[in-house]
Design a protein around this ligand. Structure first.
Ligand SMILES: [Zn+2]
Length: 559
């Protein structure tokens, strides 16, 4: 193929000089449209030079059905081979991304519409098996119209074959990443492409089970603008991120590097942090602060949010989105980053500093999708063997109608069970408001810490006052009676330590407040990292098992 000197962009009609278009990785400089890329070029974009070797793929049956429509299938296939210069629609290779070994499988839409035939299913499976054998992550670049009709049920079976191969990578704790390119439909979207731990989509790339034309014919109504595009998929919680082609390689490199805590020995020094663990030796301004005053401080909108913390003290943080079931709750955020040189999964409630932000973040009150996103990230941490850090700051789970329809109670309950049995270290910090079940859903941890001016409570003081005092202005009485301050909860044994705040509260110096949390969390994670999973699980079980039992002596509550 020869490069035409000028390329005309399909959507915006702008002309780009051919060499520049190639330099821009076939992204239109005028409108950002991502053009199609053949496998060889894709491999060149993504993998380190001179690192690429082919993965051996077993031979497959050529025309299993003796299929003919208007033309015999072998004719169509031979033409695809002639036109593309390749004999299958999937290229599987080993290589390196930023020095980290991976296996990469790239689908080719130009080869019979990227359809999933036996050869393509075999190549994806061989790639997964090569990743398993080499204990490396697997990256798939997806592009497909769906199953290949000309191979009938044998094509359909490739969906099961490839999914089984991905399940084996889950069991082995090996990271899988899909890059969704335009278009990815049918049997590929409904099997391996969406089973990856992280699903990244190129801008504008469409993915779905059924194509828009089929849907439109079925429901006979207009589909919304941008239906099934990457941006639509992100908003509906179906992909983790939309990443421009020019940033793809760097994103993949970071994810691959973070997918394993290789030797458990972080390169960076663990910062020393103070945590108060003795309820009798708390500083007087913490021990003696009026509960009503603490409630006010805990709700200060200038306190650092979960994303502020991630930005301040996690290196290379990559936020992951969505519950993969239809929604991306803005009140829960999470992702991967390095904590003092060690990769961790961070999940937290997200509030905001301005009214607009607070409204957009639903005031930090998660929907069921928020807890399901958290659950997805917890399971990812368990799969990869990475510690979990949770940051708790919510008035409570969203009590709305939609939340009930979607099973809010079930979502909270399942999070409690999942965290309780997660075979990796879990450190939770109440950074602001620890509101009821919505807080505890992120709080079943090996170490539970509270910031000095945070609260943790079964119900808000206002709610309690309205129910038991029958008047909301009794909130100060309720706050005192409920014992919701860090000092009280440390005395009750509900939390293990209190993290200092800058004098006057976290809102007076958010960066310093974040740094104090950073130090406390890094020390806790570092200490827990040496424990075996079964040991962690036993202690975590016992930690929560003993609450409320009268005779243990260590939980005296009547003083
Ligand atoms: Zn354009």
């Amino acid at each position: 193929m020869t490069d035409p000197e000028w390329i005309r962009c399909g959507p915006c009609r702008a002309l780009t000089y051919g060499k520049r278009y190639e330099r821009e990785l076939r992204v239109c400089p005028s409108c950002g449209h991502h053009g199609r890329v053949e496998p060889a070029l894709r491999i060149q974009h993504l993998l380190d030079p001179d690192s690429v070797t082919a993965v051996e793929v077993a031979a497959t049956v050529a025309d299993p059905l003796g299929f003919a429509d208007l033309r015999p299938y072998p004719d169509r296939h031979a033409e695809a081979v002639r036109r593309t210069g390749r004999d299958t629609g999937v290229i599987a290779v080993r290589g390196r991304v930023d020095g980290h070994p991976v296996v990469l499988a790239v689908m080719d839409f130009a080869f019979l519409g990227g359809s999933l035939g036996t050869a393509e299913g075999e190549a994806v499976t061989a790639a997964a098996e090569a990743a398993l054998a080499g204990r490396t992550p697997l990256i798939v670049v997806a592009a497909s119209g769906g199953a290949r009709m000309q191979e009938g049920a044998l094509s359909l079976m490739q969906m099961a074959k490839t999914s089984n191969a991905f399940a084996a990578l889950d069991e082995a704790g090996l990271l899988t990443i899909t890059v969704v390119t335009d278009p990815t439909y049918g049997g590929v979207a409904a099997s391996f492409a969406t089973l990856s731990d992280v699903v990244i989509a190129e801008p504008g790339a469409r993915m779905g089970f059924a194509g828009p034309r089929v849907i439109q014919q079925t429901i006979r109504t207009q589909l919304p603008e941008g239906f099934q595009t990457a941006e639509f998929l992100l908003a509906h919680g179906l992909v983790d991120r939309v990443v421009r082609r020019g940033e793809l390689r760097q994103t993949l490199g970071r994810l691959v590097a973070m997918s394993r805590d290789d030797d458990g020995a972080p390169a960076a020094e663990i910062p020393h942090g103070e945590v108060w663990t003795d309820p009798d030796r708390l500083p007087p301004e913490v021990a003696g602060r009026e509960p009503r005053e603490v409630v006010g401080l805990a709700r200060m909108p200038q306190r650092p949010t979960a994303l502020d913390h991630a930005g301040h003290w996690l290196d290379g943080f990559i936020e992951l989105h969505g519950d993969r079931s239809g929604a991306d709750c803005p009140a829960v955020v999470g992702g991967l980053g390095w904590l003092a040189g060690r990769p961790v999964v961070l999940v937290g409630h997200q509030k905001g500093h301005t009214t607009a932000e607070l409204v957009r973040r639903k005031f930090g009150m998660p929907s069921p999708a928020g807890f399901r996103k958290a659950g997805r990230l917890f399971r990812l941490a368990a799969k990869l063997g990475l510690p979990v850090v949770t940051l708790i700051d919510t008035p409570g789970a969203d009590p709305g109608l939609r939340a009930e329809e979607q099973g809010q109670a079930i979502a909270v309950a399942e999070s409690l069970r999942l965290l309780g049995r997660l075979p990796v270290p879990v450190v939770a910090v109440v950074t602001g408001e620890g509101g009821s079940g919505g807080a505890l859903a992120l709080g079943v941890a090996d170490r539970v810490l509270m910031c000095a001016n945070s609260i943790y409570s079964v119900i808000s003081p206002e709610g309690c006052a309205a129910i038991l005092w029958k008047r909301p202005d009794a909130a100060a009485d309720a706050a005192r009676a409920l014992r919701i301050s860090a000092a009280d909860l440390l005395a009750l044994g509900v939390v293990d330590g209190v993290v200092p705040e800058p004098p006057g509260g976290a809102h007076t110096d958010p960066a310093a407040a974040a740094e104090l949390v950073h130090r406390a969390v890094a020390a806790a994670v570092s200490e827990l990292a040496d424990h075996k999973p079964e040991e962690l699980l036993r202690h975590r079980f016992e930690r929560f098992r003993r609450f409320g039992v009268a005779t243990t002596g260590e939980t005296e509550t009547s003083a």
